[in-house]
Ligand binder design. Structure first.
Ligand code: ACO
Length: 314
């Protein structure tokens, strides 16, 4: 490997998304749970979510869209990283199914850092491009509906299915990643977990409290490492868990809500898929211009967290 390859940066070339066709509204949940549309909207911001499909199926759809939009021949892709907490099988990695179905020539692995998974994958992808790879496909995909207890109003109102993908390509020079931060506090693993074959169990209030704290700390660390301030950020793309978490974190980060992306009213919490879904929504809506600074901030079970400051140059 050439020594200068370690200096090689990367940029996102394209993106793709996939959501299952089945819509489950809050009113649908009112039929089976002791809850109300009003409560769910007020406490979470979620109005409806998508449910169905398989993790690899959604990942393939989003990945294919991203590859097509970049005009990439799959045989030129060095690696696919699939961020997911809900693989189709215990063994093998669902990324292998994605690799095979898309005809990708390179390697494939799953990455589980819960809702921080996509930002972890983005940072890992930059690292592997720095180490010599040229083209990496990053996907966040989940079928959380499979590990959700639909009789538990504390979790059933939140979680959902979907996928988002980006293509990441090597460029000469430093590339888009200006600063990043990732971390984990495994002493808090009990506040949100699911046993193998079991359902998600969550201490919602404790997750909420810690989520705001780690988003602010991690976001600020990434900003500092990038050598920029909150006022330089054109768009923040936070993990889509709860609109009140996003509002609290943005207030403390000193970033106005008009600069935050939110799709959770339509998607619910799709864990690893939530940040690429939100990023794609903002990019498709023309909310990011070349040269803009974008802050991605994820947090999730573990607890894990991850942030990245990108200079947008697709
Ligand atoms: N419908 C109606 N009432 C409800 C519901 C519901 N679905 N759920 C709880 N309640 C009731 C409670 O029983 C409680 O009643 P009480 O006061 O009589 O005891 C009251 O509403 C308030 O309950 P809280 O749990 O305090 O409600 P809170 O405002 O904290 O909202 C929520 C709960 C939405 C779960 C919130 O805590 C939250 O969003 N937490 C973070 C969750 C999260 O982000 N999880 C994902 C992490 S990312 C990952 O890794 C997957």
């Amino acid at each position: 490997m050439a020594e200068d390859s370690l200096m090689r940066g990367a940029v996102i070339r394209s993106w793709g998304t996939a959501l299952p066709p089945k819509v489950v509204t809050n009113h649908d949940l009112e039929q089976t749970l002791d809850t109300s549309d009003e409560w769910i909207v007020e406490r979470t911001g979620i109005r409806e979510r998508r449910v169905g499909g398989t993790t690899s199926g959604l990942a393939i759809e989003a990945g294919r869209q991203a590859l097509d939009r970049a005009g990439w021949d799959p045989s030129t892709v060095d690696l696919v990283i699939l961020a997911t907490t809900t693989p189709d099988q215990q063994v093998p990695a669902s990324a292998s199914t994605v690799q095979n179905e898309l005809g990708i020539a390179g390697g494939a692995f799953d990455l589980n850092a819960a809702c921080s998974g996509f930002v972890y994958a983005l940072i890992a992808g930059h690292g592997l491009i720095g180490a010599g790879m040229s083209r990496v496909l990053l996907i966040g995909a989940e079928t959380l509906s499979r590990i959700t207890d639909w009789d538990d109003r504390g979790t059933a109102i939140l979680f959902a299915d979907g996928a988002g993908a980006v293509t990441l390509e090597a460029v000469d020079g430093p590339g888009q990643l200006l600063g990043w931060d990732l971390g984990s506090d495994g002493s808090a693993r009990h506040i949100l977990d699911a046993d193998i074959g079991g359902y998600l169990e969550m201490d919602g209030r404790e997750v909420f409290r810690r989520a705001v704290r780690v988003m602010v700390e991690s976001g600020n660390t990434a900003l500092e490492r990038a050598g920029v301030s909150a006022s330089d950020i054109s768009l923040v793309v936070p993990h889509q868990a709860n609109i009140r978490i996003i509002e609290s974190a943005c207030t403390r980060l000193d970033i106005p809500m008009e600069r935050a992306v939110s799709v959770l009213d339509r998607t619910g919490n799709t864990s690893s898929a939530s940040i690429p879904l939100a990023l794609a929504d903002a990019a498709d809506a023309g909310r990011i211009s070349p040269g803009d600074l974008v802050l991605l901030v994820g947090f999730g079970a573990g607890m894990t967290w991850a942030s990245a400051v990108l200079r947008w140059q697709p």
